[in-house]
Design a protein around this ligand. Structure first.
Ligand code: NAD
Length: 471
């Protein structure tokens, strides 16, 4: 079966499968499914050598049922209109699944960032922001971009700076973009948020003994063998947290090859190796696999695609040995590939849920920007004092004395980082339970992906019902 349908059609098929299991008004379902608006732009870039190049870019706003809309910006040569539309739809469903009050959006610039200098990337990013602002496609209450494939904190800070320069005096202007550096209104924990959320999602899925028994696996992440495709922001943090929790990362696949060691890779050492050499290749004590895609077919318990879309297709899905496919990337499995994985009894933790950690913590950053105060700033010292008082009261009863270490741990007031981590953990655990319950209680629901879409559709429908437009 060749992969012939577009990414948008693929997302729509997932939507349709879920919609068929609901009894909502057909027209309302169509309103939810269709992309509200796409802005395609073209602008010239003056390169460092003085030559001029045309840059193509997009921003799609899929749904305005909640505002602002929200979604990352990717820099990749593979960017096209269909891709940003599909990704913006996934953002709408993702936000609904994890109860983050945004509509979905996505942006993209069709460039390979490796071909441009820092100064050129800055000019591209600032011009893109200017174009968005001109058309009202950016703003703290309108549309709030974030990092995605090929972008990070530096691009977000250029976006914020350009937007603020164009909107002098707008008190909430910093909330126009998330994923910013801390000194520019960013939030602690955003950089690692998606990878951390991926870890929480996998850990939650592995915690159900019944579900694991069906896969022939023991509950828990300890000792699980894991293969990860993509060692960028999402993949490297997911690897780090899984490694710390006792999972065995047996292979990492990158664009220039994969490395494999069935006894497990030392992830902190691999991160250091990549920082020093710029590549995962050449890492000691690992076998090199030249065709990186082959790594997806290695023997393991959990496969984590964390690079790009369309990596697991009808062609390679029958050869995938992992029992759990944890979709950290957006759209890593094609519709046909997904059906093959289902038929083989695999547990697919769907992208729209699993990689929501980024938008969850982006939501916290946006709230921080609107409230103009760091989380924990007001209550941290008060909490510490109250907890210490409680410990002293217990000690004065004579039944227990606390060591200094115990007292420090128990009387610790929550910092911004603590609150971000616990808020993210709570949302990832709670959302997984919601999806799993729908899967278990909805007759005919074939998998967790469909359950996640049903969860999103039901929540968005409730928004429209409250408007009273549809019967
Ligand atoms: P990134 O640019 O930091 O990392 C991507 C990594 O994949 C890079 O290391 C790149 O070299 C590698 N890669 C590229 N082609 C590859 C190939 N053919 N085989 C193996 N590896 C390859 O991007 P990211 O932010 O980590 O995003 C990865 C995925 O996660 C994307 O699908 C993105 O949409 C999704 N995602 C990211 C976030 C976020 O917060 N960054 C949030 C949600 C979803």
């Amino acid at each position: 079966m060749a992969q012939s349908i577009s990414f948008s059609e693929q997302v729509n098929r997932y939507f349709d499968t879920a919609a068929a299991l609901t009894d909502h008004n057909d027209l309302l379902l169509e309103v939810i499914q269709r992309c509200n608006g796409v802005y395609k732009m073209i602008f010239p870039l003056k390169r460092d050598d003085g030559s001029i190049e045309i840059i193509e870019a997009w921003r799609a706003e899929h749904s305005h049922h909640k505002q602002p809309t929200k979604g990352g910006i990717r820099y990749s040569i593979g960017v096209n209109q269909d891709e940003v539309m599909a990704l913006s739809a996934l953002m709408t469903y993702k936000c609904a699944i994890v109860d983050v009050p945004f509509g979905g959006a996505k942006g993209g610039i069709k460039i390979n960032r490796a071909n441009y200098s820092q100064a050129e990337l800055e000019r591209i990013t600032r011009r893109y922001t200017f174009e968005l602002a001109k058309k009202n496609f950016i703003g703290p209450g309108i549309d709030v971009p974030a990092p995605d494939y090929g972008t990070g904190a530096a691009e977000m800070s250029w976006i914020a700076d350009t937007f603020m320069a164009m909107n002098s005096g707008m008190v909430d202007a910093l909330g126009c973009v998330t994923g910013k550096p801390i000194a520019q209104g960013g939030i602690r924990g955003r950089t690692e948020a998606t990878g951390r959320g991926v870890f929480y999602g996998i850990r939650e899925a592995c915690s159900y003994a019944d579900d694991m028994a069906k896969l022939g696996l023991e509950p828990g992440v300890v000792g699980k063998t894991v293969v990860i495709q993509g060692f960028g922001n999402v993949g490297s943090y997911a690897a780090r947290f899984l490694h710390e929790a006792g999972a065995k990362i047996v292979a990492i696949a990158e664009w220039d090859g994969a490395i494999h060691n069935e006894d497990g890779l030392d992830i902190p050492a691999l991160i250091a190796h990549r920082e020093a050499t710029g590549s995962i290749t050449g890492f000691p004590n690992a076998t090199f696999i030249a065709n990186s895609l082959d790594a997806l077919e290695l023997e393991c318990d959990v496969l984590v695609p964390a690079a790009l879309e369309n990596q697991i297709t009808a062609e390679n899905a029958p050869r995938i040995k992992a029992r759990i496919i944890a979709e950290a990337a957006n759209g890593p499995t094609t519709f046909d590939g997904s059906q093959i994985l289902d038929a083989a009894g695999k547990l697919v933790i769907p992208d729209a849920y699993l990689n929501a950690g980024g938008v969850v913590v982006s939501y916290f950053e946006w709230l921080k920007n609107l409230s103009h105060v760091r989380f924990g700033r007001l209550e941290k010292r008060f909490e510490e004092r109250a907890y210490r008082g409680l410990l002293q009261a217990i000690e004065s009863g004579g039944s227990r004395r606390f060591t200094e270490q115990e007292a420090d741990l128990l009387a610790h007031g929550a910092t911004e980082e603590d609150l971000v981590e616990s808020g993210l953990e709570d949302i990832m655990v709670d959302s997984y339970q919601q999806i799993r319950n729908i899967y278990l209680t909805n007759d005919g629901c074939p998998n967790l992906r469909t359950a996640a879409f049903i969860s999103a559709i039901n929540k968005i429908v409730r928004c429209y019902e409250e408007l009273g437009i549809f019967p």
